[in-house]
Design a protein around this ligand. Structure first.
Ligand SMILES: Cc1cc2nc3c(=O)[nH]c(=O)nc-3n(C[C@H](O)[C@H](O)[C@H](O)COP(=O)(O)OP(=O)(O)OC[C@H]3O[C@@H](n4cnc5c(N)ncnc54)[C@H](O)[C@@H]3O)c2cc1C
Length: 403
């Protein structure tokens, strides 16, 4: 396999780099390196303006086909874009759920009317989305959702509760998995679910932030009590929600994570620099762990390249299935390494000990890395679920026994 970049790809890399360097040098310098996991509370207005700046210059949704407002980039250039974005320390994207999850889902399963209504505001950064899947009794066992929706004239009326809904407090819309009819076969709960597009700013929706261990509230409980949406805003048709929901999850675990290792590289560089500054890097065990982290990141990069090389018609192959398990486990370990490099200082936060006084509880970036990365092996499918997916879908092992 030839891993060298073509002249065309190098030119594209230069174009992205120049745009981002110019953009993040002026008024937007303040958002550089801000936002994203563990720092999601930061600079909402400025990051929204950045999202719209990207949109206005054609740098959102770069992998989407041109007829839907994207640049139609091939996957390898899409990854170059992510890499350069991380290199430039571009801020955490506010529109990533619309761009990475809902948009591709609508292109695959939506009607032309739904595509025309919902895709352009995502490209422009004008409408933000959140994902309404998980409930108190439906996480890994997603088909167990109890939220229900009934048609009332030309509107769906939704009742129920979602939980862990990231960015719901900022979102204009939510894609909600709801039960619209009982399953034909009670042993197959996947039947009778629908994938609804629900506007968030209405009476009948109550959003309650959940305070996380980082001190932020990036996710929420969302209560639907008679919330309404148009009858036409069901994706894939009534009762086809499971198929559509699984399509979305494939996007969540797929292409967007391929360029991620450069974000992690920035973090590992910060950990290594700290270890050098404090002298910890002189400890043989620490040196070994820092080297192991470096090697693990290189493996991640090579696996991303291998995945790209095995890509056919933009569809990811079996290699991609190990991506989520690998990066999540690596990143959680990087958080632990960061704490060990910090040593006793890791235990102190702001002016006091963590949790004692909310007004002084402000973890520094490495503490946030540690705290937030505990969740990496849970969201978008826990490690155990990833192992089931690899076993059953990539290796063809027998299906997990059902109780
Ligand atoms: C930071 C963060 C952001 C999130 N954002 C969103 C969001 O925006 N929208 C949304 O809908 N959800 C979101 N979630 C929820 C996330 O999708 C769920 O937490 C996840 O699917 C796991 O579900 P659960 O928490 O109910 O745990 P459970 O499913 O109850 O799992 C508990 C434990 O049992 C294990 N387990 C469960 N089933 C099996 C099995 N079959 N085999 C082996 N082990 C199993 C799990 O691996 C886990 O260790 C978010 C979660 C986090 C942490």
């Amino acid at each position: 396999m030839d891993l060298r970049e073509s002249a065309e790809d190098r030119a594209f890399r230069d174009e992205v780099r120049t745009f981002l360097e110019d953009g993040l040098a002026g008024d937007f310098a303040v958002v550089r390196g801000r936002g994203g996991p563990g720092d999601e509370h930061a600079l909402f207005d400025e990051r929204l303006a950045w999202e719209r700046h990207l949109g206005a210059h054609g740098w959102t949704c770069v992998g989407w086909p041109t007829e839907h407002g994207g640049r139609g980039l091939p996957l390898r250039q899409h990854v170059i874009y992510y890499e350069e974005y991380a290199r430039a320390q571009g801020p955490g994207r506010l529109g990533h759920i619309g761009e990475g999850l809902l948009g591709p889902t609508l292109m695959a399963f939506g009607t032309p009317e739904q595509q025309q209504r919902f895709l352009p505001p995502i490209v422009a950064g004008d409408e933000l989305w959140c994902q309404g899947y998980s409930e108190p009794n439906a996480g890994s066992d997603l088909a167990n959702v109890a939220t229900r929706a009934e048609l009332d004239g030309d509107e769906w009326v939704v009742h129920g509760q979602k939980v862990w809904t990231s960015l719901a407090h900022w979102a204009d819309w939510c894609f909600v998995i709801a039960r619209t009819s009982p399953p034909a076969d009670p042993r197959r709960k996947h039947g009778g679910l629908s994938y609804l597009l629900v506007p968030m700013r209405q009476e009948g929706i109550d959003i309650r932030p959940i305070v996380q261990v980082t001190g932020d509230s990036e996710f929420n409980e969302v209560f639907f009590d008679g919330a309404r949406t148009a009858a036409a805003d069901v994706v894939g048709g009534e009762g086809a929600g499971w198929k559509v929901a699984m399509g979305t999850l494939a996007f969540e675990r797929g292409a967007s994570t391929l360029g991620q290792q450069l974000n992690f590289r920035n973090e590992l560089d910060a950990v290594t620099a700290l270890a050098r500054r404090t002298g910890v890097a002189g400890d043989p065990v620490m040196r070994q762990r820092l080297a192991a982290a470096h090697i693990a990141l290189e493996i991640m990069r090579l696996n991303a390249l291998r995945t790209l090389a095995g890509t056919e018609n933009g569809t990811l192959g079996r290699e991609a299935m190990i991506g989520k398990l690998y990066w999540a486990t690596f990143h959680r370990g990087l958080g632990e390494l960061a704490m060990d490099v910090l040593g006793a200082a890791a235990l102190v936060c702001g002016d006091g000990a963590p949790g004692l006084d909310p007004s002084t509880y402000d973890p520094d970036p490495l503490q946030r890395l540690f705290l937030f990365s505990r969740s990496d092996t849970i969201y978008a499918g826990s490690n155990e679920i990833q192992r089931n997916i690899i076993g059953e879908r990539a290796l063809g092992l027998p299906k997990e026994p059902q109780p």
